[in-house]
Design a protein around this ligand. Sequence first.
Ligand SMILES: [Zn+2]
Ligand SMILES: [Zn+2]
Ligand SMILES: [Zn+2]
Length: 253
Amino acid sequence: MRILFLGTGTSHGVPVIGCHCPVCTSSDPHDRRMRSSILIEEGDTSAVIDTGCEFRIQALGAGITHLDGVLYTHAHADHLMGLDDLRVFSSSGRFPIYGFQSVLDSISRIFPYAFQTLPYKGAPQLERNAVGEGEQFSVGGIVFTAIPVMHGMMRIAGYRFGSAAYLTDVSDILWNENRERLEGVRTLIIGALRDRPHWSHFTFQQAVDAARTIGAEKVYFTHINHETSYSDIQRRFAPYAESAYDGLEIEVD
Ligand SMILES: [Zn+2]
Ligand SMILES: [Zn+2]
Ligand SMILES: [Zn+2]
């Protein structure tokens, strides 16, 4: 399976509008981060996790011409607001999206026009597929498991596929529920916001500790904010954990 990081930034993106800090003014292209999302490809199947505000730019950059489905972790704006651009994939029928029922309910409130029985011509036409906590489901030829994690006070979805897992916006892994679901995960992509503690996101160190508890062999941080540069993260945490960056491609099995 090929994973392409479409975006690796926190909700503001990096640089932050109006910010003149060293990271936001860095000349290193790794310090330009769009909202977090990944593309997963296996054989003829392509799936995306989350469609943030820059989804269109990310899809054009990655040369995406076809998608079998989009999986949503939660309905925060930085993971969702590119949804309207899925319209190009629903010209020949309803395009499938996946997520917890609560997330699909929020999406239906925010984008009611994407689910109408008599849709406005040209509007996205989406098919809601609710997945339960711990449920396995297929998108094309890829099997995913929905893994509930805490994001502050919210239960949101992470996704496991093969020996990889994508857990963004996580502040608690819920070990009692997920230990088995995460067994055998070798590549962990995990949200790590910054060094200072945050009520709804792991720090870099918390993310590394979680990865070691899972037994992951390789860790990629995502959903990173502007307080830490790419080169600084690499210097401190590589080779075990690395900062993902927009455009990074990795192979997992
Ligand atoms: Zn987020
Ligand atoms: Zn900044
Ligand atoms: Zn969030």
